[in-house]
Design a protein around this ligand. Structure first.
Ligand code: PGA
Length: 252
């Protein structure tokens, strides 16, 4: 059985003080365990503060990006070695905002995925189509290609630890989410792609999340889909009440 994962992608929000307040609040509000794994992905500057607060708790720490070299003259970059040293378990790779604003290519995403595995980090690989690509009927091919390129040369032992987040770009931060059925269909296609790349057994172990305007009011619709194993949450992960409502979606 795949354990559901709900990860908060804080993007470029929260100073260290704000990060501490959010995590302290969530540690209280999420005390009742409903079997869901929860990860916080703060900006680099708040990783150390959040690491201290989640040490010894069931909450996991994730980063939002990494560079593929371990160290060197790469001003402004952060390596997998450094993230592991800080206590990170996860690292988001290939988020559409990185692809769009920072020109990240599938080849760079592939290098980052390999660097994450090298340091024992579990990548949360983001894939998804733009509205124009969706309207042109390109979603399936695009998502398949993104998954194949990100995993090129990654052996099965590592690949089984990847998490994939299907995030249609038109649904991110827009308040316009995908329907559960449609997101379930694309996540199913991602699983088929993984089965073809590796094996159906391995594909059956990989968690595939949905992301894009997930809120307390629509999380159940996504979690009801058999192919969807959790959510990558942006805006709604910045607020104690809304993130709590998402994580505790199956409790009254
Ligand atoms: P959103 O962002 O929940 O604010 O739409 C999701 C994401 O970008 O990971």
């Amino acid at each position: 059985m795949r354990r559901p994962l709900i990860a908060g992608n804080w993007k470029m929000f929260k100073t260290t003080g704000e990060a501490r307040a959010l995590v302290n609040g969530l540690k209280e509000s999420l005390a009742g365990n409903n079997g869901v794994e929860v990860a916080f992905c703060p900006p680099f500057t708040a990783l150390a503060a959040v690491a201290e607060l989640v040490a010894g708790t069931p909450f996991q720490l994730g980063a939002q990006n990494l560079f593929w070299e371990d160290e060197g003259a790469y001003t402004g970059e952060i390596s997998g070695l450094m993230l592991k040293d800080l206590g990170c378990c996860y690292v988001i790779i290939g988020h559409s905002e990185r692809r769009q604003y920072f020109g990240e290519t599938d080849e760079q995403v592939n290098k980052k995925v390999k660097a994450a595995f090298k340091h024992g980090l579990e990548p949360i690989l983001c894939v998804g189509e733009t509205l124009a690509q969706r309207e042109a009927g390109e979603t399936e091919q695009l998502v398949k290609t993104q998954v194949e390129k990100a995993l090129a040369g990654v052996p099965a032992e590592a690949a089984q630890r990847i998490v994939i987040a299907y995030e249609p770009i038109w649904a991110i931060g827009t308040g316009r989410s995908s329907s559960g059925a449609d997101a379930g269909r694309v996540t199913g296609l991602i699983r088929q792609t993984l089965a073809a790349l590796y094996s159906p057994e391995l594909a059956g172990k990989i968690r595939i999340l949905y992301g894009g305007s997930v809120k307390p009011g629509n999380i159940e619709e996504f979690m009801a889909e058999p192919e969807i194993d959790g959510a990558l949450v942006g805006g709604a992960s910045l607020d104690i009440n809304s993130f709590t409502g998402i994580v505790l979606y199956n409790t009254d």
